[in-house]
Ligand binder design. Structure first.
Ligand SMILES: *[C@@H]1O[C@H](CO)[C@@H](O)[C@H](O)[C@H]1NC(C)=O
Ligand SMILES: *[C@@H]1O[C@H](CO)[C@@H](O)[C@H](O)[C@H]1NC(C)=O
Ligand SMILES: *[C@@H]1O[C@H](CO)[C@@H](O)[C@H](O)[C@H]1NC(C)=O
Ligand SMILES: *[C@@H]1O[C@H](CO)[C@@H](O)[C@H](O)[C@H]1NC(C)=O
Ligand SMILES: *[C@@H]1O[C@H](CO)[C@@H](O)[C@H](O)[C@H]1NC(C)=O
Ligand SMILES: *[C@@H]1O[C@H](CO)[C@@H](O)[C@H](O)[C@H]1NC(C)=O
Length: 519
């Protein structure tokens, strides 16, 4: 009797909160042969209001799943025996907050040219809602952003900031329309609506073609002349021009990666903007040109985080070794950036690998700076979102400090992309309909970005048995609230029995669900 009464009052309570808070729910649309997307337009976009601290003795759980729940919120009472679970198996998770690991930098995605071009292609009210969905306290609170330095494959033309031949002094260097119309306005809006101090970092794809041995943006060119020579120096000066130019637009840049996918850039037939650096040439560029040039311009490591590598994890160990074992190069380096390609749930790459990297180089952070699915727009795929959640949990449990997706907005063909073709993103826009579609992966990333605020610390937990397809990470936020994110990527329900400081929460995680608990 008592139990039913308390559950009843609990539900009335939730109902009351929802009615006063007027949260905008997902308007779901089924995608043929897939799951659902959530539809936004110029007057409506689902949201997730700022988190309220649960009442003493309670936790709040938010859940999303393959069936279409999106951040469904439920209050759970600690130590109530209210588990009415019919799950086949139960797992006990014991949290120990005194076991403290790496701190979190944040979560986010990239302000690519294609993203800005798409946001600009719709009514500004819709673009505003989408930026708020990503960055505001009413959305999933992204706290990081990657800014391509010049063009990438996700631009509608190949270009650089100085396409005047042999302009080693960079006299003709200038930001382009892509910056002033497609990137800067949306970055400024993100800065404005974010409740956090955004960590923004730049990444170049290709230098001007004239700086390269092959005189092309794509294929396998490297910088002309000797390592350390005039082309290398001009390329280092180019980074400073970028930082200064964005600063003049009131955009503080927190970090840089030296080069996007330098190893990929060694493929002779590589189709898009790239630059070939090997571990030793990147080391010498950082040591002889980029590091000293940044420092001289005031961008010292305490003010600007320089990250090396920025490529697929399977090349990481060999590439970073010459850089990070060289004291004169390593003194400029704060982090290792890597991409999920080659290390994602589909690749079978060894699991503790990133912990080994952390143990070898404990003074640099690890950051996943790019991820996307490579099979086109692929609308409504819950399994894609699930794979991201799996990768984020695994990364956090292996000393990684943050995780960024790739394009924030794309068209219905996963572009625009000057090379043709396209890759998946968390949000697609149909300008003709004036609609945007939030993919399942928008929500599965949000299960981390909304809850694990920047500067949180991962804390220890143990499980009494390992269950296939269940992954868990535990984090303490700067405001001391605890967050547990769980993914059940399997086909059966699991009962979680969560224990912390002598208290106990029991709740079911259904098949193909992600949950974020906070208390
Ligand atoms: C925008 O979406 C809302 C919610 O689905 C709907 O009521 C409204 O009619 C839509 N507006 C347009 C112009 O389609
Ligand atoms: C929590 O972890 C600390 C540090 O490893 C350890 O000393 C302590 O015994 C643990 N507490 C429990 C309850 O296991
Ligand atoms: C954009 O959408 C808003 C809300 O529906 C509408 O008031 C406004 O007229 C639209 N603007 C344009 C340029 O279509
Ligand atoms: C990549 O750069 C290195 C060193 O600059 C060079 O030796 C190598 O031949 C280049 N690779 C390709 C495929 O061009
Ligand atoms: C490289 O880009 C040029 C256009 O600038 C294009 O003609 C060529 O096909 C591209 N190379 C590859 C391998 O795609
Ligand atoms: C894990 O999940 C996959 C995909 O749903 C499923 O095929 C597999 O049977 C699951 N494994 C277990 C042990 O539940």
């Amino acid at each position: 009797m008592n139990k039913h009464f308390s559950i009843f009052t609990l539900f009335s309570c939730i109902f009351f909160i929802i009615t006063v808070n007027a949260r905008r729910e997902c308007i779901a649309r089924k995608v043929p042969n897939a799951d659902t997307v959530c539809v936004c337009n110029a007057t409506y976009c689902d949201d997730l209001p700022a988190l309220q601290r649960p009442q003493p003795g309670f936790a709040t759980v938010f859940e999303s799943n393959k069936q279409g729940l999106r951040f469904r919120q439920t209050a759970l009472k600690f130590d109530s025996m209210a588990s009415q679970s019919t799950a086949d198996q139960s797992v006990t998770i014991t949290i120990n907050r005194t076991q403290r690991y790496q701190s979190v930098l944040g979560f986010g995605a990239a302000f690519t040219d294609s993203t800005g071009q798409m946001l600009k292609s719709v009514n500004q009210s819709l673009a505003d809602l989408l930026i708020e969905s990503y960055f505001s306290a009413n959305g999933i609170e992204y706290s990081m952003g990657r800014i391509p330095i010049g063009g990438t494959d996700f631009s509608d033309r190949p270009y650089s900031y100085d396409d005047t031949d042999d302009d080693l002094e960079l006299k003709h260097w200038a930001l382009q329309r892509e910056d002033t119309e497609w990137k800067i306005p949306f970055i400024k809006q993100a800065l404005k609506v974010s409740p956090h101090k955004l960590r923004l970092f730049g990444s170049p794809w290709s230098p001007p073609a004239w700086m390269k041995t092959n005189h092309r943006f794509n294929e396998s060119g490297y910088l002309r002349g000797d390592v350390g020579g005039q082309y290398y120096q001009s390329w280092a000066n180019y980074f400073v021009k970028f930082l200064d130019a964005y600063k003049s637009h009131d955009i503080p840049v927190w970090g840089l990666t030296v080069e996007n996918e330098p190893v990929e850039g060694q493929q002779p037939h590589y189709g898009f903007n790239c630059l070939n650096f090997t571990g030793p040439t990147e080391r010498d560029f950082v040591k002889l040109n980029l590091g000293p040039t940044l420092a001289k311009a005031g961008y010292t490591p305490d003010k600007l985080k320089l990250m090396v590598f920025d490529d697929n994890a399977n090349f990481l160990a060999d590439f970073v070794k010459p850089i990070l074992t060289d004291k004169e190069a390593a003194k400029y380096v704060s982090g290792i950036a890597y991409h999920w390609y080659g290390n994602n749930p589909m690749s079978g790459f060894p699991d503790p690998f990133l912990t080994e990297v952390h143990n070898t180089y404990p003074n640099v952070f690890l950051l996943n700076t790019e991820a996307c699915h490579l099979d086109g727009a692929a609308l409504g795929r819950w399994d894609h979102g699930e794979k991201y959640a799996y990768d984020i949990i695994r990364a956090l449990n292996n000393y990684v400090s943050g995780w960024l997706e790739w394009n924030m907005a794309l068209d219905m063909n996963a572009g625009p992309r000057w090379t043709g073709g396209g890759f998946g993103g968390t949000l697609n826009i149909d300008p003709a309909k004036g609609e945007a579609y939030k993919q399942p992966s928008f929500y599965t990333i949000g299960h981390f970005s909304k809850f694990v605020s920047p500067d949180s610390i991962r804390v220890g937990h143990s499980v009494d048995k390992s269950v296939a397809n269940l992954s868990v990470v535990t984090i303490q936020r700067p405001d001391k609230q605890l967050v547990l994110v769980a993914l059940n990527a399997g086909d059966t329900d699991i009962e979680l029995d969560i224990r912390e400081s002598g208290h106990r929460l029991r709740y079911k995680i259904a098949a193909h669900s992600v949950q974020s608990y906070i208390w």
